[in-house]
Ligand binder design. Structure first.
Ligand code: F58
Length: 813
């Protein structure tokens, strides 16, 4: 609890009185009405859902602010080390329910709205998702923020306040159509504008030598303006800040041009500056607007570093204390320019010797790698970098030279072949580099960072990803969480390993029945929602088989749909074979420029149309692609899933985090030995996991076999027939060769080894069918998945970073 409380409605005393009276909803209801009148300006008679949502959000926000102040005060008082998480993406989703859950106001809010005669669930659903991220990397950053607050580790998230987050996806004739997402059109209650925290960020220009120092004189500049969102942890014991930067023009308006009647040109500087924080890059395949992307990266990194040093200076007068008081985590290489920029600030602007500046920066920075895919490893041409950031280009050269001096056997350099390799740069500028699962970390050592790892064998460490149990169990799955709390008390919420205590309860028929009933009710809810919102009728008795994630070749949604086609054909041939009914559910967006991924989406939609209309197979098999997959949809789907599809080509998925959410909510995984699947299987038990496919090593060897795909097809009639159906236009009768590029790819290079893994995938799926038929045994396996998933909490991950990377502590009481 805050030691000094200045809010009127949440003084500890008032709160205690209310708690004692067990009527917290009355206080909340009064606050909602007060906010509705005096902040929203509406009479309850005429208030819309939106108005109620804004009023509730303000009432909740009020209850966070004092705790937020108290956390900051405490950090200053203790002189504690601060952690700064720099990330291009924070996929935070909705914030209202999260805050309500963590402040434990859920019952009060529900009661308050019942008394007001308003549909509380609808109020919560009215909030748009803040989709400031593409996928796993951005969602991980959001889980980390919540865990940092729950643990009470003083921390800031730093990123970009994109005007438009990830695009909205719809389907037209089965094809993905993208529309801009407009989350900021409505009043965003959670943020506080900080016009006083404004920095001028420069680009381009010249570097002038001034004695021993260099002075960078940019020709272009924009302002970075801060917006703060408090992130409250479990039970409101601590709150940290997410600070997002918005770009605005230094000279917003050209009056001279305006007076000449050129209104468009007059407003141009502002429009140009704002472009920097206009949109989240959705694309990991094409390279449009490279310059803008690099500008975004430097913009938010430079503003964050300036802010970090300003805060440091306000407390300490010796810059050499920086590594002791500040830890900066680079979420992938997008903020990698932090290395040279910090060196520039320390060397050029503060006059430290170059070598010392590098040492201090290295002591402060650490870097997380999230991918080994060569096409996703960031590289910038020296031309572009030199034009946009001339001083940094020279500093990178000097960093390389210093590193070469320190390590004479070094082979590669950050600057090589006309390009700057941001992974190498991050590695040499960090004191720790981490992978996101055990397998991924080992592959990092053996592949992309092989040389650097030899030189610095202690630098690479592993921190397997995790997910916050507050959002991904407590709040998204109230039925299961109530059951768990009833069985073992509620300490699991911030100590997820407590879930292990559920295991002995598996011999208790009541508990097992409760577990099955919770899953069933979640499935009924999802079926009703699909019927109402999407006109899709599915049987909640069927197995809900779910694959939700970005659409990517390596994630192999096409393997899943091929299996669906083969299954459909087999059921048609033999409808009375006692098939275990299945609903295959897909969700996910493809990068707008990723043609192949978009084809996969269309194929799934085409297959769904044909299969769902087939009266013979329809009692046994349905295929559903839900549009606009986002955090909120994940919260709806995961609690209702029976089977979790984690079927990437081994060695390609760095970790995965969806895999953890599913297991935690009692879904069984069908998956390859990839990313964190390996660790999930180890923990939940191999008998409770449907394993298939080649290992990462076998994948590499398989590619050396000539015509591996053709051989796999020739050896498997089911696969052959499924591919034939696509090729002959069974799902696109009006355009038979619509999927030629997919079938040609699969029969030809098949780099991701869909064909080679197909037969084993089919086998594992039939094992899943057989297991599902024995519903008691299935429930037991599902419950074991929940009971044994405690390790996958992001609290555990964050404690790992705090101990092994940041050397930071917790201030939680
Ligand atoms: C993901 N990366 C990994 N990148 O694919 C996943 O295995 C891992 O669990 C997750 O990070 C968290 O560690 C990822 O999501 C991106 O979204 C890129 C962001 C920059 C643009 C290109 C996509």
């Amino acid at each position: 609890f805050p030691d000094k409380v200045c809010g009127i409605y949440v003084t500890a005393n008032n709160r205690n009185i209310m708690l004692r009276a067990q009527m917290p909803h009355i206080g909340l209801r009064e606050d909602i009405l007060r906010q509705l009148a005096y902040v929203v300006g509406k009479d309850p008679e005429h208030a819309t859902l939106y108005d109620w949502r804004i009023a509730l959000s303000h009432a909740v926000r009020e209850r966070i602010v004092d705790r937020w102040f108290a956390s900051t005060r405490r950090t200053y008082e203790e002189g504690a080390k601060r952690v700064y998480y720099l990330s291009m993406e924070f996929l935070i989703g909705r914030l209202l329910e999260d805050a309500i859950t963590n402040l434990r106001l859920d019952e009060a809010a529900e009661l308050a709205f019942r008394e007001l005669g308003i549909d509380y669930a609808a109020v919560l659903l009215d909030e748009p998702d803040a989709a400031l991220g593409n996928g796993g990397l951005g969602r991980l950053a959001a889980c980390f923020l919540e865990s940092l607050s729950t643990i009470g580790c003083p921390a800031y998230g730093y990123g970009i306040r994109y005007e438009h987050g990830l695009f909205r996806q719809s389907f037209e004739d089965g094809r993905q159509v993208e529309a801009p997402e407009t989350w900021l059109l409505q009043h965003h209650v959670w943020e506080f504008e900080r016009p006083e925290a404004m920095f001028q960020i420069g680009f381009g220009g010249e570097v002038r030598e001034a004695g021993a120092r260099a002075v960078w004189e940019p020709t272009e500049a924009v302002f970075a303006e801060a917006y703060d969102t408090p992130i409250v942890g479990w039970q409101g014991r601590w709150a940290n800040t997410l600070r997002l930067w918005s770009a605005r023009a230094v000279d917003p308006f050209d009056l001279e041009r305006f007076n000449l009647g050129d209104y468009v040109a007059a407003a141009a500087p502002e429009a140009l500056a704002r472009t920097i924080s206009r949109v989240l890059y959705p694309d990991d395949t094409t390279e449009p607007g490279k310059e803008l992307r690099l500008k975004q990266e430097f913009f938010f990194t430079a503003a964050s570093l300036r802010d970090i040093l300003r805060r440091f200076d306000s407390e300490y007068d010796d810059i050499r204390k920086l590594p002791a008081k500040v830890a900066i985590q680079l979420n992938d290489t997008h903020p990698a320019i932090a290395g040279p920029e910090l060196v520039r600030l320390l060397h050029d602007e503060r006059g430290l010797e170059f070598d010392e500046a590098v040492a201090l920066a290295r002591g402060t920075l650490s870097y997380t790698n999230h991918t080994l895919l060569p096409e996703a490893l960031e590289k910038w041409s020296e031309g572009l970098m030199g034009r946009l950031l001339p001083r940094h280009m020279t500093l990178i050269e000097r960093i390389d030279a210093l590193h070469a001096r320190e390590n004479p056997t070094r082979k590669a350099a950050a600057r090589a072949n006309g390009q700057v390799n941001m992974g190498e740069l991050s590695f040499v500028m960090a004191h720790k580099v981490n992978g996101v699962s055990a397998l991924h970390t080992e592959l990092m050592k053996a592949t992309v960072f092989e040389d650097l790892h030899q030189l610095h064998p202690d630098r690479i460490v592993n921190q397997t990803n995790g997910v916050t149990p507050r959002r991904w169990l407590l709040s998204c799955n109230p039925r299961l969480s109530a059951l768990v709390t009833e069985a073992i008390g509620e300490d699991w919420v911030d100590d997820l390993e407590q879930l292990a205590r559920l295991e002995p309860r598996l011999s208790d028929a009541g508990f097992v029945e409760g577990f099955a009933a919770a899953k069933r009710a979640n499935k009924v809810d999802l079926s009703n929602w699909m019927a109402q919102g999407h006109d899709l009728l599915v049987d909640p008795e069927a197995m809900f088989d779910v694959q939700i994630k970005r659409i990517h070749e390596y994630k192999r949604q096409h393997l899943n749909i091929l299996e669906a086609i083969a299954l459909w054909q087999e059921i048609r041939a033999n409808p009375d074979a006692g098939w275990a009914p299945r609903v295959k559910i897909f969700g996910g967006k493809a990068a707008p420029g990723y043609v192949f991924a978009k084809k996969i989406i269309r194929l799934i939609n085409d297959v769904a149309r044909v299969v769902n209309a087939d009266p013979v197979t329809s009692p046994h098999l349905k295929v559903v692609f839900l549009p606009n997959y986002n955090v909120s949809l994940a919260e709806r789907l995961i609690p209702a899933a029976d089977l979790s599809e984690q079927i990437s080509t081994a060695g390609k998925e760095a970790s995965g985090t969806g895999n953890m959410k599913f297991a935690l909510n009692g879904a069984l995984t069908i998956g390859t030995l990839d990313g964190a699947n390996v660790e999930i299987r180890e923990r939940v038990g191999e008998e409770n996991f449907f394993l298939f496919g080649m290992t990462a090593d076998e994948v590499v060897n398989r590619r050396d076999i000539a015509n591996h795909a053709a051989k796999a097809i020739a050896a498997d009639t089911r696969l052959e027939l499924a591919l034939k159906a696509i090729r002959e236009g069974a799902f696109s009768p009006k355009e038979r060769d619509r999927y030629r590029d997919i079938t040609d790819n699969l029969a030809g290079p098949d780099y991701f080894l869909v064909c080679s893994d197909f037969a084993d995938y089919w086998r594992a799926q039939r094992e899943a069918d057989a297991a599902y038929r024995d519903s008691a045994a299935w429930t037991r396996k599902a419950a074991l998945n929940t009971a044994r998933s405690g390790w996958f909490s992001s609290d555990r991950t964050i404690r790992g970073y705090m101990g092994e990377i940041w050397n930071a502590g917790s201030l939680n009481p």
